[in-house]
Ligand binder design. Structure first.
Ligand SMILES: NC(=O)c1ccc[n+]([C@@H]2O[C@H](COP(=O)([O-])OP(=O)(O)OC[C@H]3O[C@@H](n4cnc5c(N)ncnc54)[C@H](OP(=O)(O)O)[C@@H]3O)[C@@H](O)[C@H]2O)c1
Length: 288
């Protein structure tokens, strides 16, 4: 297949790109460095020239925090919606949208709401669509995964409150494998939560990340939620993930049943064995 991959330079996009090529697909990689800036791709006509000869589209563009003209509504909603409508017009039937766990009826943050608006648009169109909603993704080269690795390596491990917020981390290889299968699966028009099989607290996840780095156990530094929020207001100037809304989302916690995605893939998802923390999707073997 000839696939237009947006966000091809990102963590998910890079892994998708490599796995798609390894599986024999031709990838047209789109990102700002190849001249495709979502802030300027807001109409169907902007997208149509990019869809000539394309068999499928995967959208993996996204931001975790707003900065300058990088806004959630533009990047997560308006540009993808224009892309999806252009696909309908151009007859590119297979469209995969990388959304996020929590972009559902419970969404309250601008991040999730802007993702959900694009997902809703895609679901309303006459296309063979998939909305893929990963939980926290780990593996080599992930922005949030690397930040958490650094936190886990500190002399004391900082957690928010009691650190008992629930996570279902999923390996990048499982996310990529799901996307590869969604490209060819006959049963389209599905929304799939891609979540790991282990439910683990934020504190235990950071302890595990410390252990896989070969470091000795160390005590937790429990940061009250109010103080963490104040730090996030400053921290957002240093790392995009350090946003008050991201702490609120962590606190809210999201959970989904891994059984549907396992059934879709026809195999169990990976448990978080130490080598996976340093592996990308192709090392892991994601071809489906
Ligand atoms: N990583 C996770 O744990 C995780 C979990 C669930 C959902 N997600 C979602 O999956 C998506 C991708 O995540 P990721 O981890 O791969 O993020 P990432 O590494 O930050 O990659 C973001 C991608 O978006 C592109 N992008 C940003 N601004 C753009 C613009 N104005 N025009 C065109 N492209 C633009 C970037 O390209 P350039 O900057 O090179 O132009 C890059 O390719 C996001 O929507 C994220 O919310 C991620």
């Amino acid at each position: 297949m000839r696939i237009l991959l947006t966000g091809a330079s990102g963590f998910i996009g890079r892994n998708l790109n490599a796995a798609l090529i390894a599986a024999g697909h031709e990838v047209i990689a789109a990102s700002r460095s190849t001249g495709v800036d979502f802030r300027q791709m807001l109409t169907v006509n902007d997208w149509l020239p990019h869809l000539s000869g394309i068999d499928a589209v995967i959208n993996s563009v996204g931001i975790i925090g707003e900065c300058g003209s990088q806004r959630f509504d533009v990047l997560h909603t308006h540009a993808p919606a224009a892309l999806f409508r252009a696909c309908e017009q151009a007859g590119v039937r297979r469209v995969l949208q990388i959304s996020a766990l929590g972009a559902d009826a419970s969404a309250f943050s601008p991040y999730h709401l802007s993702k959900k608006a694009a997902d809703d648009c895609l679901r309303s169109l006459d296309l063979d669509w998939f909305v893929l909603r990963p939980s926290l993704i780990y593996g080599r080269g992930g922005g949030s995964a690397e930040l958490f690795m650094r936190l886990a390596a500190l002399p004391m491990i900082p957690v928010i409150g009691d650190g008992q917020q629930k996570l279902q981390p999923v390996h990048i290889g499982d996310v990529v494998a799901t996307a590869l299968h969604a490209l060819v699966a006959p049963e389209s028009r599905q929304t799939l939560d891609i979540v790991g099989t282990e439910t683990i607290s934020f504190a235990d996840w950071l302890k595990k990340m410390r252990e896989v780095q070969g470091r000795r156990p160390t005590p937790l530094l429990r940061v009250p939620f109010g103080i963490a929020m104040a730090c996030a207001r400053l921290g957002r100037y240093f790392h995009p993930i350090l946003q008050p809304d991201n702490l609120r989302m962590l606190k809210a916690g999201y959970w989904a049943d891994p059984a549907p995605v396992e059934k879709f893939l026809g195999r169990p998802l990976q448990c978080s064995a130490p080598p996976l923390f340093f592996a990308d999707a192709t090392t892991f073997g994601s071809a489906s």
